[in-house]
Design a protein around this ligand. Structure first.
Ligand code: CP
Length: 339
């Protein structure tokens, strides 16, 4: 039986957390383990100050509620400090290059998290930084969301099946959250379907990554516009339809593409035939566009647990990429044995 206090990898195999494709399943399971063990320990009223006196620099080129708050609160809960370096507040984007910024932050901070406009920026930041860099979302992927989402799925598994037998259906646009969900679900051997209009299906690049995962870990990956594929889904997930960054689509265009067929409403949930189907959304939601109030606020919704698990995931990622995850687990185990 798996020991909850022992990691397969005592230290990360890579300095940075940019893309889960760069990590094998055992390392993702390590991150999930430290995230959830630390969550349960903190929720039972204990303190865990493994990152005492450590500093996290948070760079944001885009707005954020969940990512910002979860990293800041997570760092504080672990005894450290987080600096919010919002657009316009530092020289980045004005007179200073991203690599010069990375070198300076590396001399003053222990870890960097950045949400960037372009994926190349997070790669450049990581290349020039001597401390770990965590990708807080780019136009390519959203890996910290992946960890929170997979923890949420594991928290809400159907009672009759292990995680590698569940069916996860993403409804709608191939956003970076859709791509990320596909990558993490297939990393754990799950069955993943994107149900959306053909023009908005995941690219061949992402489908190849997903199929490589299925060859290694089992499960399946499929894109379709056929609602029959919703049948027996365990998890229905959606994201906004309007696109992101410079690809934002006018409302009348995206409504024509997605509405009403791809709106997650009570009728769509009924097509699963699963009375226990769970609904997920990375948030923020455009209520009554991609999801109705009745679903987001209804009994199938686990979107608020999912939002809370962003914090669960960020603590785990901060511990793991600070090479302090095993130390934290050792402390929790020692405390449990003594009490
Ligand atoms: N899901 C997500 O990343 O939310 P924020 O944009 O608020 O960080």
């Amino acid at each position: 039986m798996d020991n909850p206090y022992v990691l397969t990898h005592k230290t990360p195999t890579r300095k940075d957390f940019i893309d889960t494709t760069e990590f094998d399943q055992s390392e993702i399971l390590d991150i999930i383990k430290v995230s959830t063990v630390a969550r349960d320990y903190l929720k039972s009223g204990h303190t865990l100050e493994t990152l005492f006196h450590k500093n996290l620099a948070m760079l944001f080129e885009q707005k954020s509620t969940r990512t910002r708050v979860s990293f800041e609160v997570g760092m504080e809960q672990l005894g450290g400090h987080a600096l919010n370096l919002a657009p316009g507040a530092i020289q980045l984007g004005a007179h200073e290059t991203i690599s010069d910024t990375a070198q300076v932050l590396s001399r003053m901070c222990d870890i960097i998290m950045a949400r960037v406009d372009r994926h190349e920026s997070i790669l450049a930041l990581a290349a020039a930084s001597s401390v770990p860099v965590i990708n807080g979302m780019s136009d390519y992927n959203h890996p910290t969301q992946e960890i929170g989402d997979i923890i949420t799925i594991l928290d809400h598994l159907p009672q009759d099946r292990p995680y590698n037998q569940v069916k996860v259906v993403f409804v709608g646009d191939c956003t970076q959250v859709c791509a990320s969900l596909m990558m993490i679900a297939t990393k754990l051997g799950m069955n993943f379907i994107q149900y959306g209009p053909p023009a908005k299906w995941l690219s061949d690049h992402f489908l190849q990554l997903g199929r490589a995962n299925t060859q290694k870990y089992g499960g399946s990956v499929h894109v379709t516009d056929n609602p029959a594929y919703l049948e027996s889904a365990d998890f229905i997930y959606t994201d906004v339809w309007y696109g992101l960054y410079d690809k934002e689509t006018p409302k009348e265009v995206y409504m024509r593409e997605f509405y009403p067929k791809y709106q997650v409403n009570d009728e769509l949930l009924a097509l699963t035939g699963n009375p226990n189907v769970k609904f997920m959304h990375c948030l923020p939601a455009m209520r009554n566009e991609e999801v109705t109030d009745s679903v987001l606020d209804g009994p199938h919704s686990i979107a608020w647990d999912e939002a809370e698990n962003r914090l669960t995931a960020q603590r785990g990622l901060l511990l793991y990429f600070s090479s302090k995850a095993q130390e934290a687990l050792d402390e929790i185990k020692r405390h449990k044995e003594e009490n």
